[in-house]
Design a protein around this ligand. Structure first.
Ligand SMILES: [Zn+2]
Ligand SMILES: [Zn+2]
Length: 246
């Protein structure tokens, strides 16, 4: 089911992602400032450590920008009932595993991507080839990390818990128990949770049960996963309720 949801999400969110890129390109001519020009090659020129630092910068500079927006869009999704209806699909997996990383609704993916595309387009001016390379490196790293921290393995990495999101750190975010609701929102760098006060460091043997519990069963078909939230939001708008349950 997770594979089906992720494939349909990629397919359905693609047109909205392209539209965000095009709008950002048009807006760039209208904004009163000149986007900051930046080159990863200038880092690569540092003797000895330069080439390694250049690759690290290509991975982490885009991920830092991505994670700032991801943190806030994710936090808002847990607060606003309409957005929570879409994000709920990700949390409804009661047996979190590697494939859960891609279990997202296509509209949720689109609204998150929108902010990153706008930031990059309007604030930073990158050479197209460098931007492509940085996007490839950072996306590959992000997918690998996300698959790893959604996996069901019981691994403890206390030395890494504050630097990168680890399986134990993200497991806390998926907890079925209300004890740790609204904790550990970051996608890559826990620094955002630490700075904005939502970080919870897992205890030594803390590997809790995940999911939403029996009151919110996981969708049983691809159609109910992608279109169920739309129906729920329609109903919610008619009743005018907009407070998230989590
Ligand atoms: Zn969440
Ligand atoms: Zn997750």
């Amino acid at each position: 089911m997770n594979i089906l949801i992720s494939l349909s999400t990629v397919f359905l969110s693609l047109p909205l992602g392209i539209a965000a890129g095009l709008w950002s390109g048009q807006l760039r001519h209208l904004v009163p400032w000149k986007p900051l020009s930046f080159s990863f090659h200038s880092i690569g020129g540092i003797p000895v450590v330069g080439p390694g630092l250049e690759i690290l910068a290509m991975i982490f500079v885009p991920l830092f920008i991505h994670d700032f927006w991801f943190y806030w869009s994710h936090r808002i999704e847990h607060k606003v009932a309409i957005l929570w209806e879409f994000h709920k699909i990700h949390h409804s997996d009661d047996r979190m595993n590697t494939s859960t990383w891609a279990r997202d609704h296509f509209l949720q993916e689109s609204w998150r991507a929108f902010f990153s595309v706008f930031t990059l387009g309007l604030i930073i001016d990158l050479h197209l080839a460098e931007a492509g390379k940085a996007a490839l490196y950072s996306t590959m790293f992000l997918i690998g990390l996300s698959m790893f921290y959604h996996s069901a393995i019981r691994v403890r990495l206390p030395w890494l818990d504050r630097m990168l999101v680890t399986p134990q750190v993200h497991r806390i975010h998926h907890l079925v128990d209300a004890k740790h609701y609204n904790r550990n929102f970051a996608d890559v760098l826990p620094i955002f949770d630490i700075v904005f006060g939502t970080y919870y460091r897992p205890q030594r043997e803390e590997f809790p049960v995940t999911g939403l519990g029996p009151d919110f069963p996981a969708p049983r078909s691809l159609l109910s996963a992608q279109f169920g939230p739309l129906a729920a939001v329609g109903l919610m708008l008619r009743r005018k309720s907009n407070v998230a349950t989590r």
